[in-house]
Design a protein around this ligand. Structure first.
Ligand SMILES: Cc1cc2nc3c(=O)[nH]c(=O)nc-3n(C[C@H](O)[C@H](O)[C@H](O)COP(=O)(O)OP(=O)(O)OC[C@H]3O[C@@H](n4cnc5c(N)ncnc54)[C@H](O)[C@@H]3O)c2cc1C
Length: 331
């Protein structure tokens, strides 16, 4: 992994009826860790971004519910996973960022279903399922948590979370618990619908049976395949842009081609392009990497430059797949 330095910006405050100090004083019986002005830089894969006004790491489910119940409703809440699909802007995030940890990472196998806490890593869930002879192998090479996987309908090698999803449990912004079905979540490509501020805490999947050894071999093959085609040793957030929907150069349906984002980026001459510490990977041109010392502004700026060049070259506006959150640094 290349070295990437975190920038040191300041926090933007949420527009609250009370100060952060008053808010902290008002919260009763919180057992988790609440940190003011916590940098999110080291909590994201790209190693950029400013601080959360408050970062809350609940001890367990009851603690999370108690916290959200007491938190004034005007305080914005952003649940994050392990930050493998995020650019946090340099000015940071107003309100509360919630990051789940040990109290939310259990994995239980029961017959052909697997229930995991949303802090569990996708790779751990895939391995534990394989040990039990269940095929969730597609999760093995996705570097996120189960919360992020459900939220983003993560997928690869022909399988998406939506294909195996049974149900999920969320804590709503008012602290109450709710079970969500696939219909509630409305799975789409790399996207679901979740109520504002809701935190996913567990998810249940169904999986086909398979031979444990064969499943392990498949996962090893997938790791090797990824390492040979993607910059897995660099700081990235996976695919930067969605693959454009079918595009017809003549406007006729017969000419519709499935376009790959990396191809239109290559065609626009942007493979390897650099802005500050940000670079479009030489190995895979749809991967935006922190090549060393990048700020979020470098990364987002390069992404926007790529979008512009691709539009000028092929008439296609690429859509971001990486989520960009927070405020730009104002000087
Ligand atoms: C090298 C690399 C390869 C990748 N390959 C793939 C791939 O093949 N397929 C793929 O789909 N993705 C891929 N990704 C992207 C990323 O790993 C996935 O989108 C992943 O599911 C994000 O999970 P996370 O825990 O990191 O979520 P984060 O990046 O932290 O957050 C992503 C979104 O999920 C939400 N979220 C996270 N946890 C919760 C929760 N508990 N409750 C509510 N919302 C939550 C956040 O609010 C945010 O909107 C790759 C990334 C990298 C760095």
């Amino acid at each position: 992994m290349r070295y990437a330095r975190c920038a040191h910006p300041f926090t933007e405050k949420a527009d609250l009826s009370m100060t952060t100090a008053e808010l902290l004083d008002a919260l009763i019986d919180i057992r988790g860790k609440l940190t003011e002005g916590r940098s999110l830089c080291d909590l994201t894969w790209l190693r950029v971004g400013g601080p959360a006004e408050l970062l809350f790491q609940p001890a367990d489910l009851e603690d999370l519910q108690n916290f959200l119940k007491q938190l004034p409703e005007e305080v914005p809440v952003f649940p994050m996973g392990v930050g493998s699909n995020l650019i946090v802007r340099d000015g940071g995030l107003p309100g509360v960022v919630i990051r789940l940890g040990r109290g939310f990472n259990g994995i239980d196998v029961n017959g052909n279903t697997v229930t995991a806490g949303t802090a569990a890593l996708d790779a751990h869930v895939a391995k534990k399922a394989a040990d039990a002879g269940l095929d969730l192998t597609f999760l093995r090479t996705i570097p996120g948590s189960i919360g992020g996987a459900v939220r983003m309908n993560a997928g690869c090698y022909g399988a998406y979370v939506a294909d195996v999803f049974v149900s999920a449990t969320v804590v709503l912004r008012n602290g109450s618990l709710q079970e969500l079905t696939a219909e509630d979540l409305q799975f789409q490509y790399r996207q679901t619908e979740l109520p504002e501020g809701a935190v996913l805490v567990a998810a249940t999947f169904t999986a086909e049976s398979g031979d444990a050894e064969a499943l392990r071999r498949r996962m090893a093959d997938q790791i090797a395949k990824r390492d040979s085609s993607q910059p897995t040793k660099d700081r990235s957030a996976g695919s930067t842009f969605r693959n454009p929907a079918g595009f017809s150069s003549t406007g006729k349906a017969d000419d519709v081609m499935e376009l790959k984002a990396w191809k239109v980026i290559d065609d626009a001459g942007m493979r390897g392009a650099i802005l500050g510490g940000a670079q479009m990977s030489e190995m895979h041109s749809n991967f935006l990497i922190n090549a060393g010392g990048a700020t979020a502004a470098d990364l987002e700026g390069l992404g926007e430059l790529v979008r512009k060049k691709v539009y000028e070259n092929s008439g296609i506006w690429l859509e971001w797949e990486i989520k960009r959150i927070g405020k730009a640094l104002t000087v």
